[in-house]
Design a protein around this ligand. Structure first.
Ligand SMILES: [Zn+2]
Length: 88
């Protein structure tokens, strides 16, 4: 049993965090993550980084809710309305 001592390679962990792994690839990785606190921590850090990178690039994520979209639309609508009344 030496699989537990072998940590997940950085690029694989990155791909996993970005949800771009196929199931046969992610299955052993997930298994390792269940046992390995180090890799759990690495994934958490990568996750944070990717969330920041995603929001910086404004890539719509599946987690962004409809409520968020509504808020955005409402804000835009309010801005458009205010724009008509307010001169720059
Ligand atoms: Zn590990």
């Amino acid at each position: 049993m030496n699989t537990a001592s072998r940590h997940v390679p950085e690029e694989l962990l990155e791909a996993y965090a970005m949800d771009s792994l196929s199931e046969p690839e992610s299955a052993p990785l997930e298994e390792h993550l269940l046992l390995c606190e180090i890799c759990q921590h690495r994934l958490a850090e990568l996750d944070d980084f990717i969330q920041v990178a995603k929001s910086a690039l404004a890539i719509p994520t599946e987690t962004s809710s409809a409520v968020e979209n509504e808020t955005l639309r409402a804000t835009r609508g309010a801005r458009a309305a205010a724009g008509g009344m307010r001169s720059r």
